[in-house]
Design a protein around this ligand. Structure first.
Ligand code: FEO
Length: 397
């Protein structure tokens, strides 16, 4: 049975939710699911904005059939070719053979890589600032390369202020009937997952996100319609300001993330003591993570959020404890910047973690590394207590 919501007089949300998928992109845990948004315009022409993941294909087709009624589908706009949005494109293209597909040159290259149907005879190739009109809408196409793939574009309706934003402004979490951000407590219930989505999926491409903002800064945006998570029609400046902050790699709040990789508890002990010392000296917002327990995506998200980062790791096979090495590598490839960083290592006979962690954190741009790293040889002693005090003071400077 169809399950749709009316967004405006002539636009419908026709997406759906997946609450069974364990890991988005086979990588990121999504305990609260994810939504795949798609929108269908019923004007003098009918226009579908993106398709959905294969997981909700059946629901999607029922939704399209319901909204179209006896109309045919005239156009399909493909803002993003990643399979969480386009896996059902061929099914829809085959079902509506008269529909023209709108995309840019890169879009069609990818369609040919993913699918076998002939799109050359039914494509409308658009470029920057091209406009496509229906009776009551004037859709301008704005290229947004690497937000999150190279072919990404966003579509702005100059008549209504609707911005179909592709992955931008998206979030993990399934929608629960309330598809608008003003129907939920976004800051309380969604912001952390929106940040985790942004930092992990798009975080590497802050410069490209900033470039997109420069292109649309003079647009009179009245509604943001992302491909995941809620639609924004009120308080739009809230999510735009969050995105501007995230894209700039500036910390959102003062505070510290202490991530530790500990095999028998001694490195964990040092991390816990440092947290206590920081708290006693006045530090608020201390986030302590065991890297072998918490998935990297949550820690990475908080590393974007807070200014100070401490990495404490045991030496393992002559290198960095595996989960810590993974975290630091993820932070490096996600372009983390503007941090104050301290290191703690442990090693019973040949501590090597600090040297190798240093090589990775040196790649964090515009960051300050506190040189006074603490080396533990098996378990904490008074000497290392003093070292933790020095680190705490340097963080609080
Ligand atoms: Fe939601 Fe880049 O796909």
């Amino acid at each position: 049975m169809h399950n749709v919501r009316k967004v405006t007089e002539d636009l419908y949300w026709i997406g759906g939710n997946d609450r069974r998928l364990a890991k988005f992109e086979a990588h990121y845990p999504i305990p609260d699911g994810v939504s795949y948004n798609s929108y269908l315009l019923v004007d003098d022409k009918t226009v579908l904005f993106d398709t959905v993941d294969r997981a909700i294909e059946g629901q999607f087709i029922e939704n399209i059939d319901f909204v179209l009624g006896d109309r045919k589908l005239d156009y399909i706009v493909v803002n993003h070719m990643e399979p969480d949005h386009c896996a059902t494109l061929q099914v829809i293209a085959d079902k509506y053979p008269e529909a023209t597909i709108i995309g840019n040159a890169k879009t069609f290259n990818m369609i040919k890589q993913f699918f076998s149907f002939n799109c050359d005879c039914r494509c409308l190739v658009v470029k920057e600032n091209d406009v496509f009109e229906t009776a009551n809408h004037s859709f301008k196409f704005v290229m947004a390369p690497m937000v999150h793939w190279p072919e990404v574009m966003v579509t702005f309706d100059e008549k209504t202020g609707m911005l179909f934003s592709a992955d931008a402004f998206g979030s993990f979490k399934a929608l629960n009937g309330n598809v608008f951000s003003d129907e939920i407590n976004f800051e309380r219930d969604w912001l952390d997952e929106a940040r985790r989505y942004y930092t992990n999926i798009v975080g590497k491409y802050g410069m490209q996100v900033s470039n997109l903002f420069k292109k649309v800064e003079n647009f009179d945006i009245k509604m943001i319609l992302p491909l995941h998570g809620p639609i924004w029609r009120e308080n739009i400046s809230f999510i735009i300001e969050k995105y501007l902050k995230w894209a700039s790699y500036e910390a959102e709040e003062d505070g510290v993330v202490i991530a530790y990789g500990s095999i028998y508890g001694n490195t964990a002990n040092a991390a816990e003591i440092l947290a206590t010392k920081l708290a006693e000296k006045g530090m608020k917002n201390i986030k302590l993570y065991d890297v072998s327990v918490t998935h990297t995506s949550y820690i990475l998200s908080d590393c974007f959020k807070y200014k100070n980062l401490v990495f404490a790791a045991a030496t393992y096979n002559g290198g960095i404890f595996t989960y810590m090495e993974n975290l630091l590598t993820e932070l490096k490839v996600h372009n983390i910047q503007n941090k104050k960083i301290a290191l703690i290592e442990n090693g019973t006979w040949g501590p090597m973690a600090k040297k190798q962690m240093m090589e990775l954190v040196k790649c964090f741009k515009k960051s300050e590394i506190i040189e006074d790293a603490v080396t533990i040889k098996s378990s904490m002693t008074d000497e290392q207590l003093n070292g933790l005090d020095i680190i705490a003071d340097r963080i609080l400077e």
